[in-house]
Every structure is written in C-alpha cells, then in structure tokens.
Design a binder for this molecule. Structure first.
Ligand code: PLP
Length: 447
C-alpha cells in the first residue's frame, strides 16, 4: 500500500488537491469496490457515503451495469459520433427525451463540458435568431457549474475562481435562495420569492444582453448542499419566459433521483430550455454528459448554412460503453421502482439521523431525497479534514465542505450501513469539539 501511495505522489497529480498535504494525509489506496463499500489495498472497508463525489447510484461493481458494459464490449467499444451513429446513443437519447420532455440530446464527456455546451448553444441560438447581443450569462451566488474556463465563469466559489479571474468571462451572480439565508421568522418559500424578485429586477434591466440563466435546481452542491424552496424555480421559469432568457438547469449533481424525483426541476413543475446531465448518468461507471434541449432551439440550428449548425465536439461524445451503462441505470430505475423505493428508504434514514439532528453542535439540518446535510457550530478552520479523518477511522468516507457535513449515499445503501454513518457522524462531532494540533488550511473548504 505504501508503495502505491509513494508512486501516486511521484506520478499522479490529484484533482482539487494541494499535493503537499498528501504528506500528512495520504490518499485512500483502493483495491476494489462492492456495493456501497470501497475496499482498501490493506483490506479495510470504507462505506462510500458520498457516492464517490456524487456519481455512484447503484453501488460499485453492480452486476447489471457490469453485464451491460461487458455485452457492449463484444460489439463496438467506440465510434466517432460525427458521421456515424449507433443503437446505444439513439436508445439513450430517446429515453432521456421521454424523461425530460426535451427532444434532442448533445453529448460530452463530463459535467464541465455539459456546461460549456449549454452556454455555447444558448448564445449561438440567439445569434441564429438575429439577437447576437444576447450573449451574457447570469448564475446564482455560490453556484457551481464546473471548472473549465467557460464553466468557471458562471461558477461562484472564490477558492476555485479567484486565481483564474483574468482568464474568465464576466458574468453576474444573483442572490441565492439558499434557505439558510432567510431572515429570522421568514419561511424558505418567502425568502425564495424575495430572491426571485431580485432576479426579476436584474432581468428587467439587462435581459437584452443576457442569453441564459444557469442554476443548480433545488440544491447547490459544492456550496455545501445549500437547499432552497422549489417556488424559486417556478418563478425563475416564468421570468425567463417573460424576459426571453434561456433557463439552463444544471442537474449534473441532482439529476437521476438524487432529490427524490428523477429530475429536481419536476418538483417545481417546470421544464428548462436546457438540462445538463452527468455524474449519476452512468451510475458512476464511465465519463458521460448530455445536454438536452427543446425541439424549437434545435430547429434554430437546422439549415443549409454549415456555420448555423452547432460545430462543437468531443472525441468521446456518445461513447457506446458509457451509453450502455446509462441505459442499464435507466433500466434499474424502472425495474426496481427506485424513485418510490428511495422515498421509503429516505424516510427511514431521516429517522435514524434524528440523534444527529438533535446534537447540540448541529445547525440547519436539512434533507432532500437522498441527500442529508447539516452545519456544525464551533467548527475550527481545520474541521473538515479532522472530521473526515475521524469518519475514516470509523470506516466511513465523508468529506465535509467547510463546516457542512453531508451524506449522499449510493441508493443501494441499507439501514445497517446508514447506522454506521450516524455513528461516524456522532463520533466526528465529539472528536472535533477540540481540534488543536491541526493547522488552518483552505483545503477544508473543498468539496
Ligand atoms: C460536478 C458538477 C459539475 C462539473 O462536473 P465535472 O464532471 O466534475 O466536470 C457541474 N455542475 C454541477 C452542479 C456539479 O455538481
């Protein structure tokens, strides 16, 4: 194991990591996975309570997803999607269209590229319809949409963004409906409406130069699982219609059942102009992202002029293996009635978490679908690392964001496993009451 870690440090540059900190906190060396469990090269088992950065839905080494990919491997592993097509990408597009009500799917390989695609498509739509000056973007305060240069422009997490500020397009952030920011006595709904009013004021003045408003529906993940009332999205939809601005729903983290419905937008009764999907789309197996849009937007690109078309591509767009994994994921949703099953599971898990909710250090306990989160009072600046380490010692993988602890388990997790999460959380809360001996670091604010 030590060997694997030293070789990692010698040859690999890990994402979202200050590599020097690996000296004090080495990465987990993982040999294999089994359902919601990760198994280390030392044989230790860790419950993957954050679904490997929010991507895993049905556990590691899921037999049904494995079988789909293996079957596809014997047919065709990859073919370029310009000038060629194949059954998996067509079937997936048809099924995603039926689920979202958006008729055409464009493919990328990860979440950030989906954001890029949606932003470019939106601005290009306005150009194709004779309104090229509509090329600005607005997003929510504390929003996260990925870290490539375009996506980072609409992201609002200073730790990721400030260093690269000179490279970025200027965008505007409107107030976040994050329910924690409501005034004392103000309901989440009233606060959401107040934020929607601020959105309206901005649109009323600037809509002529705005292409799209991009949002993470219901939950701002990287901000620390900030949750908000669906009425905000309902109002945002009305306002975007009224002011002729596209609504881009970034469901990269919240899509595929995470918030209790297949897509978070359903809870607001709205259909966005673009939906960005990734992460859970392949059950956490293979990199794949999709942007779906309306037939009307699609039609604005259709014509004899080549440059009117969307000349954007990724080499692995619509990769057949990834599409088969995604189709297997959709099969599992249907065959196992996952949305309904999760609703029952979540109810049980929330009851188990009652002791955590009532802990004297816990603030703003919140829950939506298969996400639970809370903030910790009296958290030292090094809280996140200390808490994560303490959870690992209990055999649970948790990575707090700042002073926010969250659990976002694979849907295959059971009650006994959730009891372990609860125990690890309670242990972590007492272990971090005094965090002397740990130095302050920005790392504690990373997701
Ligand atoms: C993770 C995430 C992204 C970026 O996806 P990557 O695959 O990491 O590039 C974009 N938007 C949201 C809401 C995310 O959670």
């Amino acid at each position: 194991m030590d060997n694997l870690i030293s070789r990692t440090r010698a040859a690999v540059w890990l994402p979202c990591t200050q590599m020097k900190q690996l000296e004090a906190a080495p990465p987990l060396a993982i040999a294999r996975g089994e359902g919601p469990w990760l198994i280390g090269t030392d044989g230790r088992r860790y419950l993957d309570a954050i679904s490997s950065w929010w991507v895993n839905l049905f556990g590691h080494c899921n037999p049904r997803i494995n079988a789909a990919i293996t079957d596809q491997l014997g047919k065709i592993e990859h073919v370029m999607l310009a000038g060629a097509t194949h059954e998996p990408v067509v079937a997936l597009s048809e099924r995603l269209a039926a689920l979202t009500g958006l008729g055409h799917a464009f493919y990328g390989s990860d979440g950030a590229s989906a954001t890029e695609i949606a932003l470019k498509m939106s601005a290009h739509y306005w150009r194709n319809t004779g309104q090229a000056e509509k090329n600005g973007f607005i997003s929510l305060k504390n929003g996260y949409h990925g870290e490539t240069v375009g996506a980072l422009s609409v992201t609002d997490i200073p730790l990721f963004k400030s260093t690269y500020a000179p490279l970025l397009r200027r965008t505007v952030q409107v107030p976040t409906p994050d329910a924690r920011l409501a005034e004392p006595g103000e309901s989440a709904e009233a606060y959401a409406l107040r934020c929607a009013d601020a959105l309206e004021r901005h649109l009323a003045e600037h809509a002529a130069t705005i292409a799209a408003f991009i949002v993470e529906p219901l939950v701002q993940g990287a901000a620390g699982m900030a949750m908000y009332h669906p009425t905000y999205l309902t109002r945002a939809r009305e306002l975007c219609d009224r002011y002729q601005v596209h609504l881009i729903a970034d469901e990269i983290a919240v899509g595929f059942g995470r918030t209790g419905t297949m897509f978070a937008c359903e809870q607001a009764g709205i259909r966005p102009d673009f939906i960005c999907l990734s992460k859970g789309i392949t059950g956490g197996y293979l990199p794949l992202s999709a942007v779906l849009t309306t037939d009307a937007i699609y039609a604005a690109f259709y014509g004899d002029d080549t440059a009117r078309g969307f000349l954007h591509s990724h080499s692995y767009a619509g990769n057949p293996l990834a599409c088969r994994a995604a189709l297997a994921v959709l099969d599992i949703f249907e065959q196992d009635g996952i949305i309904a099953t999760n609703r029952n599971k979540a109810e049980g898990f929330t009851a188990l978490l009652e002791t955590v909710r009532n802990h004297p250090r816990v603030r703003h306990f919140r829950h939506l679908g298969m996400i639970w989160a809370f903030d910790v009072a009296g958290a030292h600046p090094c809280f996140a690392r200390r808490f994560a380490q303490s959870a690992l010692e209990q055999g649970v993988l948790l990575r707090p964001i700042g002073n926010t602890v969250y659990c976002m388990p694979p849907y295959v997790v059971g009650e006994d496993e959730m009891r372990r999460v609860v125990a690890a959380m309670l242990h972590g809360l007492s272990e971090t009451a005094d965090s002397s001996g740990y130095s302050v670091s920005d790392t504690d604010r990373l997701p």
